[in-house]
Structures are given as structure tokens and as C-alpha cells.
Ligand binder design. Structure first.
Ligand code: NAD
Ligand code: SER
Length: 310
């Protein structure tokens, strides 16, 4: 029987819905408490309404369920954050402080907090971007993720907080909808290919970005969280490579199943965000430290995405 009691904050989003499913399998449904600012129609229990900016409510839930681990997923993503930079900073940073402080005070034992490829910026080397390199993000989302990484490492070094993190690439899955990021096109394209056999992309044809099929990302997250503490050598956030492709390449992969599929391009404000991010990532530290290995390539992901969405 699991001795861990897990709280997911932001559990009804793109990652949370799939993560909750896997954590339930790993730890038992009764030990995984979901929470979000919004309740869904067919909400899986146990569930609590929680605004992460409300520190007292957070403490109340943590005490009620005797929580040992928190997965903090509530945040504004890159495109949405650019539209509301002040609120994005408030949510992305204060949410993290509230959880880090619970661990500092010894109330919880372990934290998972996701970072992003958005921590890199236009002056970062864009091919096979290393773990340690120039980091000058120029989006409010990237700035908040970089500051978050620095705080995670600080809380670990200064207060011994066991916080773990991955710089996710763009995540692609069929079970849940993306929540306002620059990489969202790579989910929309599968839906539109099946529905209309055509897609208008908000990034240009040659815009390559690192992406990952959701089950790989969820497995990486749980593997990192279950690794012995001494193996987790990086307490800012780990690079994770995933699959790198551009819109033309994902369209070509879809055409292997739907030959009539066409794609057109109408870049918008998200193009500038994508242009500031890496095209591919070096994740040798994750492989070396805790044995990370990717499973799905582009064609394998396309096959499962289309099969399941159909
Ligand atoms: P999402 O937008 O799909 O989900 C976020 C969830 O948080 C939503 O259900 C929302 O209702 C909830 N939420 C918003 N404000 C809240 C608040 N004040 N209190 C509690 N809950 C609140 O986002 P996601 O894609 O699931 O991303 C989760 C985390 O992973 C974020 O930190 C994001 O930056 C990071 N990440 C995601 C990706 C990706 O491609 N999805 C890539 C890199 C990093
Ligand atoms: N998928 C995320 C976004 O586009 C990357 O963190 O915002």
C-alpha cells in the first residue's frame, strides 16, 4: 500500500488529466487528490476546488488529506501569458512560492514543478541546446520559468527542499486539449486533419520545435519523481529532447494516413515566440542521471494520435 498522498494542482489541464490517470495506477486512486480552479462535468474524485494563489486553502487541503507530494501544474502558458503578462507572473511565481514554502516548512516532502523549453531565448544555441547554456528568454512565460528554476535550485540548496523538474518540450496527446501554448498547433493539426482534411497553421512551414508524445512525458515525470534523491543531480530543471519537427514534417507524417491532407500557413504573434526557442535539445543529463529514454518518434505518435482521435 502506498504511503504517499499526492496533490495535483491544475489537474484539469492538458497534462493534469493524463498525469492523474497514471498516478492513480501507480499509487492507488484514493491517494491521488486532484484540484483545480474549475470543476469539470464528469469530475473524477477525490477533487477539491483550489486557487493556488489562496495559500490558506492550499494548507487546508494539504492538512485534510495529509499530502506528502505536490505536482504543481497551474500556470499560464506562453501565448496566453503574452496577453496578460502581469497576471501570468503573479500566477506562475506565487503559485510556486506557496508550494516551495510548504516543503521548506516540512509540511510536504516532495514537489514536481514543470519548466519548459521557453527558458531559452534568441541568444541560446538553437540546435541540440545543451543543459547549461546562454539563457535570455524574451517571453513573460519563459522569464517566469527561468526565475522558477532558479528558486527551485535555491530552495533545494538552502533549505534541502526535494523539488524535481523537467523542461518539457511541446506536449501532444489525444486525451486532453492544449491550454494556450505556442506548440498547440501540433495537437490541433491532428483534429483538423481528421475533420476537414486541411489545417491553417499559425507557425511557418520551416519552424522546427522540440515536441513529445504525452505518454512519454508522463512516464518521464513519474520516473524522475520515483528516482532516488541522490540520482537527481539537477534541481533547476532537466532538458528533455523529445522529437523535433516542423509543421511541414508533421503534415507529411499525417499524409501517410490521409493522403488528401493539405496545410496552409498564416503565422501570427506566436511565430516570434517559436523563433526564440530551440529547434532541438540535448538531454544527456537526464539519460545519465536517471536513465531517461524516449519511446515515440514522429510517425509512431501520428499513428496513435490518428487511431485514437478517429
Ligand atoms: P493547461 O493550461 O492545460 O492546464 C493548467 C490547469 O491549471 C488548468 O486546468 C487550469 O484550470 C488550472 N489553473 C489555472 N489557474 C489556476 C489557479 N489559480 N489555481 C489552480 N489551478 C489553476 O496547462 P498544461 O499544458 O497542463 O501545463 C501544465 C504545466 O506544464 C504548466 O506549468 C506549463 O507551463 C507546463 N508545460 C506545459 C507544456 C505543454 O506543452 N503542455 C510544455 C512545457 C511546460
Ligand atoms: N507548450 C508550451 C507552450 O507552447 C511550452 O512550454 O507554451
Amino acid at each position: 500500500m502506498s504511503t504517499e498522498r499526492i496533490l495535483i494542482i491544475g489537474s484539469n489541464g492538458q497534462i493534469g488529466l493524463e498525469l492523474a490517470e497514471s498516478l492513480r495506477v501507480n499509487y492507488g486512486s484514493e491517494n491521488v487528490i486532484c484540484s483545480d480552479v474549475r470543476k469539470m462535468d464528469h469530475q473524477i474524485e477525490p477533487f477539491e476546488i483550489l486557487d493556488i494563489l489562496d495559500k490558506n486553502r492550499l494548507l487546508e487541503i494539504v492538512n485534510k488529506y495529509k499530502i506528502t507530494q505536490v505536482y504543481l501544474l497551474a500556470a499560464l502558458l506562453s501565448a496566453t501569458a503574452e496577453k496578460n503578462p502581469k497576471f501570468a507572473w503573479d500566477l506562475n511565481m506565487n503559485g510556486l512560492f506557496h508550494v516551495l514554502d510548504l516543503a521548506k516548512e516540512g509540511i510536504i516532502k516532495k514537489i514536481y514543478w514543470p519548466s519548459s523549453i521557453a527558458v531559452f531565448g534568441p541568444t541560446t544555441p538553437r540546435l541540440l541546446t545543451p543543459q547549461y547554456t546562454v539563457m535570455e528568454p524574451n517571453t513573460i512565460y519563459g522569464i517566469s520559468k527561468q526565475a522558477g528554476e532558479r528558486y527551485c535550485e535555491y530552495y533545494h540548496q538552502k533549505y534541502g527542499v526535494d523539488v524535481r523538474s523537467i523542461r518539457y518540450p511541446g506536449l501532444i496527446g489525444w486525451k486532453s486539449a492544449p491550454g494556450g501554448g505556442t506548440t498547440d498547433y501540433a495537437v490541433h493539426i491532428y483534429h483538423e486533419a481528421l475533420k476537414n482534411k486541411t489545417y491553417e497553421c499559425f507557425l511557418s512551414a520551416e519552424t522546427a520545435l522540440p515536441m513529445m508524445y504525452m505518454p512519454d512525458a508522463i512516464r518521464a515525470t513519474i520516473e524522475l519523481m520515483q528516482s532516488p534523491a541522490e540520482k537527481v543531480k539537477i534541481r533547476s530543471s532537466y532538458n528533455l529532447a523529445g522529437i523535433s519537427f516542423n509543421p511541414e514534417q508533421i503534415a507529411a507524417s499525417i499524409r501517410k494516413h490521409i493522403p488528401a491532407f493539405t496545410i496552409t500557413y498564416k503565422p501570427d504573434f506566436r511565430q516570434a515566440i517559436a523563433d526564440s526557442w530551440p529547434q532541438s535539445i540535448n538531454d544527456e543529463h537526464a539519460s545519465k542521471d536517471w536513465g531517461w529514454k524516449l519511446e515515440y518518434d514522429l510517425d509512431a505518435m501520428t499513428q496513435v494520435m490518428l487511431d485514437n482521435l478517429a
